[in-house]
Design a binder for this molecule. Sequence first.
Ligand SMILES: [Zn+2]
Ligand SMILES: [Zn+2]
Length: 199
Amino acid sequence: MEVRCLSLPPLGANCYLLQNGPQGLVLDPGGAPEAVAAACGELGLTPAAILLTHGHFDHVGAVSALAERWGGLAVYCHAADVSDAPGEFTWQKLPTWKPLAEGQTLALAGLELNVLHTPGHSPGSCCFLAGDCLFTGDVLFQGSMGRTDLPGGDDGQMAASLKRLAALPGNYRVYPGHGPATTLDQERARNPYLRGLAP
Ligand SMILES: [Zn+2]
Ligand SMILES: [Zn+2]
């Protein structure tokens, strides 16, 4: 699996393209659908689905346009972030939404991804494990963690989610929703919100 990062408007959130030969997945297309489509075109990648770490507007802005462009692509998001997503993006207009659930294994584009429901930043925040990669959305950043003061945020849930990530066996390349990529070992050692949480 090849991972490519696009930083997209309006807030520069990270959109990831997960490529497996001519197939692939688009994770968190926050805006600029033309730029996402162009990047897929350059890579010779036809997306099999869109994955969302959570429902905030800066991660979902291009979802409708891209789902439509590729003929009703399935869009995976946890139900807890679907119910009341504000902004231009309305789930009601998206007939191809598929709910994510804790412990689920997705087999898409020849890839296998495990879903961890990790609430705290938002009620429906999820992380995805794929091979040696961990996509953390706005739960875990390099040296930091996501906000818990937005609607639906919860400090206690965030602490439990971070503890869970810290306890994952082995090391992972970590691809967060904002900022640079890192590794789980590095965050376990240096991130003040993760340090000391591993068992
Ligand atoms: Zn967010
Ligand atoms: Zn974000």
